[in-house]
Every structure is written in C-alpha cells, then in structure tokens.
Design a protein. Structure first.
Length: 243
C-alpha cells in the first residue's frame, strides 16, 4: 500500500471520521491566531474538526480538502465556511490573502518544501502558519494497550514528530495542550476505523482489529461498562511567522 493510497483513503470512511475523531481545544486556535484574523485557511481540513474551531477567531474561514467525500461531509458539519478542492502544495486562494494558514493532522501528507513555499505565497507578511497534531496520551494503561493494538508498521508516517518545514519559515514556537475527550464506545471504535492504515486493511483483518479493541474496552476496569470513555490527548501545536 503506497503513501498516496493511504492519503486518498479517507473518503471511504468520512462518516466514521466525523463521528470518531476528536476536535481540538479552543485555546489552540487562540494561541495560533495573530490579531486580527480577517481570513484563516485550514488545509487538509478533513471533515472540519479544526475548521470549526477557527470560526471563533477568524472573520472568514476557508477549508481546503482534496477528497470530495470529505468536502461534502465538512460542508454539512461546518456550514458557512468556503470549502475548496486543493492540497498543501496547491492552495486555491490568492497571494497574500490569509492571516492564518493551518494544517491539523495533515502536514505529514505535504511535501515540506513545496508546502512551505505555497503557504508563504498565501500568507501576508506577519501571517502565521500553524501545524497541529492531536496525540493520544498513553500514560494510562488502557490507552497504551489501545496504542499497542492499533499501531502498525505503515502507521509510522502518520505519527506525530517534530515537523520539518521549509524556507522561509524558521524558529517556530511549540506548545502542548493536554485535554480529555469524552466519547462513546461506538465513537471510539469509529476513531480507530477512520485511521488510514485501518481503512485500507482487508475486511477480515479490519474486523478482527476492531473486535480486539472492543475486547479491550470490555475488559479493562477503566473503560468496561462505561457509557462514555475519557480519552486523554495532548495537542501539539507549532507556530511559524511569515517574514
């Protein structure tokens, strides 16, 4: 399975993605945002999880997403934002038209050099590039065991690491935001099912993996019998100012 096939897999699970993936703390957008933000552009926006948070800090928000099924789901989830077809290397907005450009859970799909050049074209001088990752906190035993179940060799390219960003962006700031996402058991299973490397598994392997996750939820005393599950996250945020 190629990197490109993983990147293009999400549309097949757009509804599971919307139900299962966590949102983001509002404080993330507040920390990223320059003052004022007339226009924010969220690239690789998926179903609009971070797009929705940006509406609180920006006068207008444009969501850019290459997958048609994800764009359709985003338009329903976050009404009132512009939703455009595009990628991190080809953002369909004019030069110098944005105050803030964000990539939430999506920079790892972008060529770092070409993406940085394109973001610099889109941002006004002094504008901000924000790179955001939700990372499940595995300091709790059940969360670590969940990670052991769902991590696979092909998952490594999608995991969080300090990002590489090309010129003209240098010396970015980093901040971590710990928080807890309360979700139902079925939504947590959708979170697992919406990962690209799970979407592309053969059906029998995917079903077996989800059964293993269900067994973990049913057997661990932290999660067994609970209507909602408290999933700990740390949101890692990297902020770069365009010269």
């Amino acid at each position: 399975m190629t990197f490109e096939q993983h990147a293009q897999s999400f549309g097949a699970a757009a509804d599971a993605y919307e139900r299962g993936r966590p949102g983001y703390p509002e404080s993330v957008a507040s920390w990223l945002a320059p003052a004022p933000v007339a226009r924010a552009v969220d690239v690789g926006a998926g179903t609009g999880k971070f797009t929705a948070v940006l509406t609180a800090v920006a006068g207008s928000v444009t969501a850019v997403e290459p997958d048609a099924a994800m764009r359709e789901r985003l338009a329903r989830a976050v009404p009132g934002v512009d939703v455009l077809d595009g990628t991190g290397e080809a953002i369909p907005v004019p030069d110098g038209s944005a105050d803030l450009v964000t990539f939430a859970q999506s920079w790892h799909w972008v060529d770092a050099g070409a993406g940085a050049t394109e973001v610099a074209r889109v941002l006004r001088p002094g504008g901000v590039l924000g790179l955001v990752w939700n990372v499940r906190d595995e300091s709790l035993d059940w969360s670590r065991r969940l990670g052991d179940l769902i991590k696979r060799p092909e998952s490594r390219v999608m995991e969080y690491d300090r990002p590489v960003v090309g010129a003209p962006f240098h010396d970015g700031e980093h901040r971590a935001f710990p928080w807890v996402h309360e979700q139902s058991r079925s939504d947590l299973l959708d979170m697992v099912a919406s990962r690209s490397y799970v979407i592309v598994l053969p059906g029998a392997e995917r079903d077996a993996l989800l059964r293993d996750v269900e067994h973990l939820l049913d057997s661990d005393p932290t999660t067994a019998g609970r209507a909602t599950i408290a999933v700990p996250y740390v949101t890692h945020v990297h902020r770069y100012v365009r010269p």
